[in-house]
Design a protein. Sequence first.
Lengths: 164, 375
Amino acid sequence: MGLVTPELGTFIWMFIAFASVFFLLKKYAWPSIVDAIEERNNSIKEALLSAENAKEEMAKLQADNQEILKAARRERELMLKEAKELGDQIVREAKSKATEEAEKVVSSARKAIENDKVAALGEIKKQVASLSVEIAEKVLRHQFEDDQQQKDYFQELMKDVNIN
Amino acid sequence: MTCRFINLIFSNGMKHIHRLLLIAFFFTCLTPAFASVSDEQQHETHQESHKKEKFEPGNFIMDHIADAYDWHVFSYGDFHFTAPLPVIVYSQHSGFHIFMSSNFHHGHSSYKGFELAKEGEYRGKVVELVDGHQVRPFDISMTKNVVAMLISMLFLLLIFISVAKTYTRRKGQEPKGLQAFLEPIIVFVIDEIAKPAIGEKKYKKFVPFLLTIFFFIWLNNMMGLVPFLPGGANVTGNITITMVLALFTFIITTINGNKNYWKHIFNTPGVPWWLKFPVPLMPLVELMGVFTKPFVLMVRLFANITAGHMIVLAFISLIFIFGEMNPALGMGTSVVSVFFVIFMDVLELLVALIQAYVFTLLSALYFGMAVEEHH
């Protein structure tokens, strides 16, 4: 049957044509196509990977930022607290110093007053003494002119002394 | 009259099934006019005896499937437009000849002692008449199949070299146009055929061949379904063509066969020794397998494509067989036949791809066996 009998002529044509087309495509078409596809696949893979990495890095950065922010906030709070404490302390110190000072002033004033009082009392005592001596002198002078009277008066004085 | 018209169309070598299909389709309206013309012409032409032949579906189908020395484009009544192709023959008696096939006048006349055999072993082939015997010369004519094959080769070169250029030009960019259409198919051949069949390590070497046969077979299967030039030739349904393809697979397999591959053939592991010695039964079977594998490749592609064409032609023939009995019956049959032919053509679109895939996959598997390492 002609249908299943190979023809030599067709065989030769086909063999030459197929071999040359195979050779040409192998040389000029397939390598650049296959390489380009592979290269692009790789670059896509890489791009995806680097995008993933970037995302991770971003997340890390964000976490870091959060951390830094938190630390800053803590620091601020700490600083505020310290400042407040310091302020309080200063106020307290100032207060105590003022009190001390005031007390000092008061005590010195009191001392001065005491001194003045003592001095004044001493003066008064002196004057009273001299006055009483003067008066006593005068009284004595006047009284001792009469003996009876002198005795009575003495008696009377003695009564008073006894009570003491 | 209609019957005569049918005979006329066929006896005049109306080559194209799909052209026939069209004519069959518009049968009803055209028949009266045509019939009268042909009736008149019938008496004028010298092919009278031819026309009265009965319609023979066997010959009709074979003529359409087989190779031809000219390329029939269309017929209109008695007018045939046929592209002549070069006949190149070397005869031991008269030497080397190159002439156009139109010199045969569709097989009706001989030229330089050569003619187209009408019957017998060399039916449809160029033969030389020597002492009243038909002798087949050494024939390297550019037949219809050869020209169709060369055209498809040209297409392959144009398509893939331009696509390769696009790849170089648009490096790293998204595919576009023809490149975008072909890329998934190329990737499919690489990722789904070459890699799993041959293995991740060694597939690269075979990719160019696998891509070439895949696209060659697919393109020619598809072109075989196109009813007009440059399609219409039954290239992948030609046993010589599939033989060359299978031969390439065989050569590449054999060249790349490693130690392990040959050891599997001549000293198959896991087989009892008495199957190898003293009678080398297993080696013989294995060695036969080396040749049957490409042989099966050749036959499978040829048979699948030829069978598809045959079924389509058989459905068309039905119209004319019934038409011969009764014109009305022929018309009725044509409706059914055309429906089945359309169905078959759609199926053949699928078969075209499947056969290309199967041929490529099996070739890849054979390469895989050849380069498989001992494990």
